[in-house]
Ligand binder design. Structure first.
Ligand code: ATP
Ligand code: MG
Length: 347
């Protein structure tokens, strides 16, 4: 295979993203890691269980907030976050992490009766044993976003849109901020601003965003194109064909990610298969999709063609996959250094 991106071109793209302002709308979440030292756990006689004595806690940006963090780490000039979170301790930590990552939070709204989504990982440790992950503690929302918050979110996006060059839509939660009304509002904003790329990563509802640039993984793509089928039976050539038809009908590129196997890039009626960038074990694939989404969006917002943009995105995602125990971000120097290692195998 010939790498569809020269080093000079990669450097050019990494330097152009510095001039961009990119927005991220969607489910901003907080990840927490609570380390329990089980050596210090003493049986609770009342409950007949062993408590988890937490000796250390760390927090990081998750979901849409991780996509925003990846844009910022890539060197994108300005990154704006748009979401609705709760008025709670998790929201406070989320805001301070976003500030620390240089992400603008003017579009991050509060709704008093809403919970800031949180994934709490309880890590059990004991001398001489491998750390073991306990059942996760998730803070979720059981009610849909209020109509007032839907309006406020759309108004805030609309008022900033003139300053934004491209938008990521990161729809990850079942009762998240991308509701049916917000979806309609986003589609209207996209059609009024058709010169700006809107790139969508939606776990359950990608089909509703057909007119925009989609970044599903292979399972999500199978669900979009073959909703009646058992997705395990959908073969790669069928996915390719359906994606080409989608591209011909909508005129929009679609990128289907395939884990370590890389991605399919479908644009201009053709499907290009890009291999992933190999990473030696151990790997941690959590957040790889967000890293891919961020770099791909930054590059297409600079006017880079989808194949080159996806090649950069494969590199960025591979950098984060090599980072264990964190979702991870990819900085330009890390991307260039992985590129050099990767390219040396092709000479
Ligand atoms: N083991 C791996 N080695 C190298 N690159 C990888 C690996 N796993 C994932 N990637 C990179 O990450 C990209 C996105 O991965 P994947 O298709 O799993 O996304 P996803 O399912 O959306 O992920 P997420 O669970 O974060 O939503 C791939 O296209 C590839 O570039
Ligand atoms: Mg994903």
């Amino acid at each position: 295979m010939i790498i569809p991106l020269t080093r000079d071109r990669l450097e050019d793209i990494l330097s152009s993203v510095k001039n961009l302002t990119i927005g991220v709308v969607g489910d901003f979440t907080l990840d927490g890691y609570w380390y329990a030292d089980m050596e210090q756990s003493q049986l609770s006689r009342e409950t007949a269980t062993y408590p988890r004595p937490i000796i250390r806690e760390t927090y990081s940006l998750g979901g849409a907030a991780n996509a925003a963090w990846n844009l910022s780490a890539l060197g994108v000039g300005a990154v704006w976050g748009f979401s609705v979170i709760g008025d709670d301790w998790r929201g406070n930590i989320l805001r301070s992490l976003l500030d620390g990552a240089n992400i603008q939070t003017g579009g991050l709204l509060n709704q008093a009766d809403r919970q800031t989504p949180f994934y709490g990982k309880v890590m059990l440790t004991a001398v001489g044993r491998r750390t073991q992950e306990d059942a996760r503690l998730d803070f979720i929302n059981t009610q849909p976003l209020s109509p007032e918050s839907e309006d406020a979110l759309l108004n805030s996006l609309e008022s900033f849109l003139a300053k934004i060059d491209g938008l990521v839509i990161a729809d990850y939660q079942p009762r998240g901020v991308i509701t049916a009304r917000v979806t309609q509002g986003l589609l209207k904003l996209a059609s009024d601003n058709s010169e700006k790329p809107f790139v969508v990563d939606s776990r359950e509802r990608a089909g509703e965003f057909r007119q925009l640039i989609l970044k599903p993984n292979d399972t999500e793509a199978a669900r979009i194109f073959f909703p009646e089928r058992d997705i395990a039976t959908v073969k790669l050539p069928e996915l390719r064909q359906a994606a080409i038809m989608h591209n011909q009908q909508t005129g929009q590129p679609i990128i289907i990610t395939r884990g370590e196997q890389g991605c399919l890039v479908v644009a201009d009626g053709e499907c290009v298969t890009l291999p992933g960038v190999p990473v030696p074990p151990p790997v941690d694939v959590v957040g790889a999709g967000d890293a891919f989404l961020a770099s791909f969006t930054a590059a297409v917002t600079c006017g880079v063609n989808p194949v080159e943009a996806a090649c950069l995105a494969n590199l960025s995602a591979a950098v984060t996959v090599a980072k264990i125990g964190v979702t991870g971000t990819a900085a330009p120097a890390e991307i260039l250094s992985l590129y050099d290692m990767w390219a040396s195998n092709f000479i």
